[in-house]
Design a protein around this ligand. Structure first.
Ligand SMILES: [Zn+2]
Length: 136
């Protein structure tokens, strides 16, 4: 069991040091990885997806589904309090940004075209996630 990283001590330079360039660009600068490029899109093992920045548990394989869009997709987070959403007004279209509640890492975007029971699609960059398998 890894300890949760104490985040208040990390500034942007320290994040840059701790993360790979891809992880930094996505999690701290809110970029998006190219579709179908991430390691977790077709990933279907049983387990939990953690924040690559702070190791907080974000999503479970139980809510993961193949959306056809090219990014790991979940119809719900592991816990409502694990993530936060806010408006992303950078593009032509206003989208809902999904961030880690604990460390504010950019994770992806939320769309309302997901499957039942929520109808939601949390479209998450693989680079923002770290998978931990459940022993069965
Ligand atoms: Zn985090």
């Amino acid at each position: 069991m890894q300890l949760v990283i104490e985040l208040k001590s990390l500034d942007e330079a320290q994040w840059r040091e701790r993360l790979t360039p891809d992880q930094y660009r996505i999690c701290r600068q809110a970029q998006t990885e190219p579709p179908f490029s991430g390691r977790y899109y077709f990933h279907d093992q049983v387990g939990c997806y953690h924040c690559v920045c702070c190791n907080g548990a974000l999503f479970s394989s139980e809510q993961k589904y193949l959306s056809g869009q090219g990014w790991p997709s979940f119809w719900a987070p592991l816990h409502q309090r694990a993530i936060k959403t806010r408006l992303d007004e950078r593009g032509d279209v206003v989208r809902t940004q999904v961030v880690c509640a604990r460390c504010q890492a950019h994770l992806g975007h939320l769309f309302e075209d997901g499957p039942p029971p929520t109808g939601l699609r949390f479209s998450i960059n693989s680079a923002a996630l770290k998978f931990v398998a459940v022993e069965v």
